[in-house]
Each structure stands twice: as C-alpha cells, then as structure tokens.
Design a protein. Structure first.
Length: 252
C-alpha cells in the first residue's frame, strides 16, 4: 500500500450499502478498513477488493460495545499513522410494532447500534482528526426515517433522527478544524436489510415502489457514489447536510 493513500473506516462494511461503498472507495484509490461484526463476510469483501486491484483490511468491530470504536481507531492509527475519513454506516432494523408495544430491550438495542454506535465512532474519529490537525470527512448513515417517520418503526425513526442531530452538532462544532460531517438518508435500497424488511413481502414492496416518484428501489452503489463524493475533496464546502438518496420519497 502506498504511503499517500487515504485511510477510511467503513462500519457495516461487510454487506449492503457498506460493502458497495468499500468497493467504490477502493476504486478511488482509498485504503479501506472494513469494520463489521461479521468477520467472514468482511474478509470476503476485502478479498474481492484485492482481486480488483484495490487495498483494504478487516477490523472486527461491534459498534454497540462500549469502547470498541475508540480501540479500533487506535489500532488503525498505530498501523497507518492516520485516519482521513469514515463512513459510520453499521445499522440494524428495529421491531415492526406500534409504539405501545415496544419492548424496552428492543428499544435499547436499536438505539445502541443505530445511534450510540454512530456517536462513539464519531467521537473517536473526531478526536483523532483534531489531533492530526489535517481535517477530515465523516459520513453517517441516517435514513428517510431520519427525516420523516415510517409507521410502526418508532425506535428506528428515533435513532435515525438522532443521527441527523448528531451529524449537525459535530459539523457545527468542528467545521473550524476543517472536519466535515454529513449524513446520507437512503430510501429503499436493495440490500440484505431490505430483503428482511419491506422486501420480504412482495405486495408491500410493490406498494412502496408504486408510491416512489422514481418507481424503483435503488442499488447500493447509488448510495455508495454519494458517500464517496461526500468523503472526497469535491465536497470540500459541504458539511452538516442530511442528503436524501430516496428517489423522491421525502420530496412528496
Ligand atoms: N437498505 C435500506 O433500504 C436502507 C434504507 C435506509 C437506511 N439504511 C441504513 O443503511 C445502513 C446499512 O444498511 P444495509 O441496508 O446495507 O444493511 P445490511 O444488513 O446489508 O448491512 C448492515 C451491516 O451492518 C453490520 N452491523 C450491524 N450491526 C452491527 C454492529 N453492532 N457492529 C458492527 N457492524 C454491525 C452488519 O453486520 C452488516 O454487515 C444501516 O444503517 C441502515 O439502517 C438502509
């Protein structure tokens, strides 16, 4: 690996949107750290990247484990001497139940991964970037559920709204250090997560597609392209944004 490559961490990089972004960043010449709790899948992604001529490595990480994100970043910095960017994307679906039926444990586990997991990553990443004095770019995965509420998804909606608040706070506080922090708000994206949720029921999926202005769900690479742009110098004056990538869902 050449010494001048950017080092970028991608959480949830073993699957779906994260894996597509790992591939896209590697094509752009970035050295990508694939951080996920699914280690075997992470190794498979790294192998594909290397076969395509790119460079990546695996970092086993459970973002819900206290202290784990900070430890992972310490390891990356000990090895590479820097962290230039991060895509905090690991996430899980929540229970599909009415608000009154939410079990406190389910609430806690969705918040632990989808909001606190992003917070601990952002905190450790910014600490490192401030110390480096070289700026940096961070992208967090929110959702259309961070902009509007989908029914029967209270915990997920709350966590994703929180990710946008966290993103804006970090952008405002660290803009003066040239650390940019943005969120992406994907709509319905063809990934294993969607396949387990709305995509598991063809009738539900057909209804969703019928309501989408663009009349189709998106491929994960369509999110990856936007994330790669936000992480790049081409987005040098973009910070604090929450960008819908939703085929027009939240525009209507
Ligand atoms: N697919 C969609 O339609 C859609 C829409 C909006 C937002 N999102 C968000 O996009 C992100 C990626 O989702 P996806 O659709 O690619 O799903 P996915 O299930 O394909 O990928 C999620 C990845 O996150 C990892 N992960 C989950 N919990 C983790 C943890 N505690 N620590 C480390 N890694 C963990 C999983 O192992 C998996 O590799 C999530 O934050 C999700 O909420 C997805």
């Amino acid at each position: 690996m050449s010494a001048d490559k950017k080092i970028v961490l991608v959480t949830g990089g073993a699957s779906g949107i994260g894996a597509a972004t790992v591939h896209r960043l590697a094509l752009d010449g970035v050295h990508v750290v694939v951080a996920d709790r699914q280690v075997e899948l992470s190794h498979a992604v790294v192998m594909e990247v290397e076969q395509a001529g790119g460079s990546a490595e695996v970092c086993e990480l459970d973002v819900a484990e206290p202290g784990a994100a900070a430890a992972a970043i310490q390891t990356i910095v000990a090895k590479h001497g820097r962290l230039n960017g991060a895509f905090n994307n690991a996430g899980i679906t929540g229970p599909t139940v009415k608000l009154l039926d939410i079990d406190p444990q389910q609430w806690a586990s969705v918040l632990a991964v989808n909001l606190t997991g992003v917070f601990t990553c952002v905190q450790a990443e910014i600490a490192q970037m401030v110390q480096q004095e070289s700026g940096g770019s961070i992208v967090n995965t929110a959702s259309i559920c961070g902009l509007v509420a989908l029914p029967h998804a209270t915990a997920y909606n709350a966590a994703k709204h929180g990710v946008i608040g966290l993103t804006k706070s970090a952008a405002v506080e660290y803009g003066s250090k040239n650390i940019r922090v943005n969120a992406v708000c994907p709509g319905f994206i063809d990934t294993p997560m969607l396949a387990k949720g709305a995509g598991a029921n063809q009738q539900v999926l057909d209804k969703v597609v019928g309501q989408l202005p663009m009349r189709r769900i998106a491929g994960a690479s369509e999110v990856a392209d936007v994330v790669a742009w936000l992480l790049s110098a081409q987005a040098s004056y973009v910070t604090g944004s929450a960008m819908p990538i939703d085929g027009g869902w939240t525009a209507q």
